[in-house]
Design a protein around this ligand. Structure first.
Ligand code: DX5
Ligand code: ZN
Length: 228
């Protein structure tokens, strides 16, 4: 099956949000919102308010990727803003993973974990089966346009084997440097959802319709012999 395409809103042109969302609706399966607090990583992009702004303008599901030191402080606001899925960094929930995953489900959202490049799978294995999504960071979190880390392919393969052995339901997502050069390797390793940021989508063409068309051509070329 072809991977779900999730457009990373931090790379979008917010001056032309409505036409951008329309174009994304026709070519992507989800929206990815990077929420930052300036501490977990030294940058600031989106907030719960950004999700609230986008929510009425699209039917696409919104995934919130929380890059914050205290995710527990953001869950209610992100869910109320209209996120469908809330993903927490493994490094921030060590001592409260089960409680926070339960809280996300109680808020009516899907729950995910995000694993930074330097974090190993063993850190999250105990609660993987409670999740709907597992995101493997293929760059260090916080900045668009960084080079893809090929070392992460082994982590994705191991996660995919873990999922297959147990028949787990979570979707495997890759975030960072996902583009025409990496689609095939990520897909072969077991990725089921691509987060498309600067090189995969928004940097392809200043016109969002052209960028979406080019992205679709590149995905199709990379996954040529894969079914629909
Ligand atoms: C990075 C963010 C990504 C970002 C990826 O910390 O989580 O969602 O948009 O951008 P690219 O694809 O440019 O690496
Ligand atoms: Zn992200």
């Amino acid at each position: 099956m072809r991977p779900c395409l999730s457009a990373s809103l931090m790379c979008a042109d917010w001056l032309h949000l409505v036409p951008t969302l329309k174009a994304l609706e026709a070519s992507c399966g989800a929206l990815h919102a990077d929420i930052m607090d300036g501490h977990f990583c030294k940058s600031l992009y989106l907030s719960p308010w950004s999700i609230e702004t986008v929510r009425p303008a699209t039917k696409l599901p919104i995934e919130a990727h929380l890059m914050v030191e205290r995710p527990e402080d953001f869950l209610d606001a992100v869910a109320a803003a209209g996120a469908d899925c809330i993903s927490l960094h493994a490094e921030t929930i060590e001592r409260q993973a089960f409680r926070l995953v339960e809280r996300i489900h109680a808020l009516g959202c899907r729950a995910g974990v995000v694993i930074s490049p330097a974090t190993s799978l063993s850190a999250v294995e105990s609660y993987l089966d409670r999740l709907e999504m597992v995101t493997v960071m293929t760059v260090d979190a916080g900045f668009a346009g960084q080079p893809f880390l090929p070392e992460m392919l082994d982590k994705i393969r191991a996660l995919c084997a873990w999922k297959r052995e147990r028949g787990s339901r979570f979707i495997i997502q890759a975030d960072g440097g996902v583009n025409r050069k990496t689609y095939r390797a990520l897909y072969d390793a077991g990725v089921e959802s691509f987060v498309l940021g600067s090189s995969g989508l928004f940097g392809l063409d200043p016109d969002i319709h052209a960028a979406c068309r080019l992205m679709q051509t590149q995905v199709a070329a990379a996954l040529e012999e894969v079914g629909p």
